[in-house]
Structures are given as structure tokens and as C-alpha cells.
Design a binder for this molecule. Structure first.
Ligand SMILES: Cc1cc2nc3c(=O)[nH]c(=O)nc-3n(C[C@H](O)[C@H](O)[C@H](O)COP(=O)(O)O)c2cc1C
Length: 226
């Protein structure tokens, strides 16, 4: 099985969200052990913003002729890696109530007209084969439950952005209140780790079955694959 993990914290592999995502990656490996594990890692902080050619192309009625360069090429590669994955794991902090800018950059590269969605009279229709997407979120304060004192634009935004391209099977896990530190943080970590363990204990059969049935992306572009 192929797992695509996107790490979005500026702290990379040292981050709370990356740490949390590892429990998901390990849970997937146990749940779908028969196929072995191929882990493709993307550090979203290394992705450049989309460039002018990309913006022109997306605003035009068709993509430019010839070999894509710059962001168009980067976008091709990122979309292909998404299409090739059986599972997607997104490790992200909450920044200013929503996704960090690095995750937004990745979204700008993969939510792309004519490539991952089409526009119809009824609205945008995703073209990627749906697959399980796990989102491991870390936040300094609480954003869910009765004690939350801030809005959450992260989860609803990600649901809409990824549904646009066909990915609708999102599961969120979060370690909230990291700013409290100490025992409160440790307790939050243990609670979420237990949630993840329970999820994969229950979901093992279904996940393996779904992943085997889901069609792989095939080659979506004529350029070199990552
Ligand atoms: C630029 C920035 C904005 C932040 N905004 C929020 C926020 O809106 N809500 C919140 O709860 N925490 C916020 N935080 C705190 C982080 O979400 C928190 O430290 C989190 O645990 C970081 O996870 P990481 O280690 O995966 O990067 C912000 C942190 C930074 C650096």
C-alpha cells in the first residue's frame, strides 16, 4: 500500500502534528499489513507558491501547449503523487484558525481546473478517485468541544477544498491545547493516541477492502512522474 504524508508545520518532523500523524501511519501499516508499506513524504514548507504562468493557465480555457514548466510542472507531480496514493495523511497545525500557508500552497497546486476537477452547470466536480484521507491536527488552544473559545475554519475548509477534487473520506484526529504544556498536553496526546488505536482496531477490515477496490490514478500527465 502506498501512503502519501504531507507535513505542513514549519517545525517539520519535530512538530506535534507530524508526531501525531505517525500514529496514523503506523495504524495504517497494521491495518493493511498484507501489502507492505510505501511511504511517500512531502514537506509542504518546501513548495514554492504558484507562479504567474500557472495563474494564467488556470484562467485560460485550456492548458498551454508544450512541456509544463514552473508551477505547472510542480502541480503535475503533486497531483500524480496524490493519485498514486492509497491513503493520504496530512499533518498540520492550526494557524490563525485555519490551515497554515504551506498547506494552502499544496492545495493551490492540486485543486486545479481540468486536472483534478471540472466545472459544470451544477458546480465543480472532482475527478480523483476517492480514498481515505487522515488529517492530524495540532493547535495551541481548543477548537472543538464545549470548552473551545475560538472558531475552526480548518476542518470545514479542508473538507470543501478536498471534496472539490473528489476526496470526501476525511477523518480528523487532533491534539488541542498544546500551549497548556505539561500534564495537560500529555493527557491530550494520550487521549488522541487512544482514539487512533480504537479507530484502526475497528477499521482494519474495511480499510483494507476499500483500498484494494479503489482504482489507482494511472498516469495523468505526459511528463516525468515524481
Ligand atoms: C503563525 C501561528 C498561528 C497560530 N494560530 C493558532 C490558532 O489560531 N489557534 C490555535 O489554537 N493555535 C494557533 N497556533 C499555535 C499552534 O497551532 C500550536 O503551537 C501547535 O501545537 C503547533 O503544531 P506543530 O508543532 O505541528 O507546528 C499558531 C501558531 C503559529 C506559529
Amino acid at each position: 500500500m502506498s501512503v502519501l504524508r504531507l507535513t505542513c508545520s514549519p517545525r517539520g518532523a519535530e512538530s506535534e502534528s507530524h508526531r501525531l500523524s505517525q500514529f496514523v501511519v503506523d495504524g495504517l501499516a497494521r491495518a493493511d499489513a498484507a501489502r507492505g508499506r510505501d511511504l511517500v513524504e512531502i514537506d509542504a514548507n518546501r513548495l514554492p507558491h504558484v507562479d504567474a504562468e500557472y495563474a494564467w493557465a488556470l484562467g485560460s480555457p485550456s492548458d498551454p501547449d508544450g512541456d509544463p514548466a514552473g508551477s505547472l510542472h510542480q502541480s503535475d507531480r503533486l497531483i500524480q503523487s496524490l493519485a498514486d496514493a492509497d491513503y493520504v495523511v496530512i499533518a498540520t497545525p492550526m494557524h490563525n484558525y485555519t490551515v497554515p500557508s504551506a498547506l494552502k500552497v499544496w492545495i493551490d497546486h492540486v485543486v486545479r481546473v481540468r486536472s483534478t476537477f471540472t466545472v459544470t452547470r451544477e458546480g465543480k466536480i472532482g475527478v480523483l478517485a476517492d480514498k481515505p484521507v487522515f488529517v492530524a491536527v495540532s493547535s495551541g488552544g481548543l477548537f472543538s468541544g464545549g470548552e473551545a473559545r475560538q472558531p475552526d475554519f480548518l476542518t470545514p475548509y479542508l473538507k470543501v477544498a478536498l471534496a472539490t477534487i473528489g476526496l470526501k473520506r476525511l477523518t480528523f484526529f487532533s491534539v488541542e491545547g498544546t500551549a497548556m504544556g505539561g500534564q495537560a498536553l500529555e493527557a491530550a496526546r494520550l487521549r488522541t493516541q487512544a482514539e487512533i488505536a480504537a479507530y484502526f482496531a475497528d477499521a482494519a477490515d474495511t480499510l483494507a477492502e476499500v483500498a484494494v477496490q479503489a482504482p489507482r490514478g494511472g498516469s495523468l500527465f505526459s511528463t516525468d512522474r515524481p
